[in-house]
Design a protein around this ligand. Sequence first.
Ligand SMILES: [Zn+2]
Length: 148
Amino acid sequence: MLIQAREVYTKAIFLEFQHQFEQAVELNIKCVTNDGNIFYPVNLDCASKERHVKVQSDNTLSCSCRMFEMKGVLCSHIIKILRDALNIKEIPTQYILKRWTKQARVECVQDMYGSEIQELQQTCRYRSLFLSSLEYQVKLRRVKKPIF
Ligand SMILES: [Zn+2]
């Protein structure tokens, strides 16, 4: 999982994932079935707050800490369930948000002639917006005909 994360995520997101991955090692899990629904209470020790990872009807996992929904990075609780309860060794693709991948950084820029520019700089998004704005301004100038 860590090797995969290092390959796909940007450095900042990889470091956050690595932190969650390391925390997951220490967690304890149980498995509870209630009315056919499966959920996993997860905690560090008796004194820490218990979180619940629930298996949704589409087999995706959600955690009561809501970290994935808020940050787009898997929390230690879901990582723990994936690895130790479900024996999944790779991050399922639905949990890898494209915006946090290195690939998203590469794909984002075209120059004003439509040619692709491949860059790994974070500024490429802003450059793309800047170029779009320039093109828009040029179009506006063409539309506005001089009044004689
Ligand atoms: Zn969680």
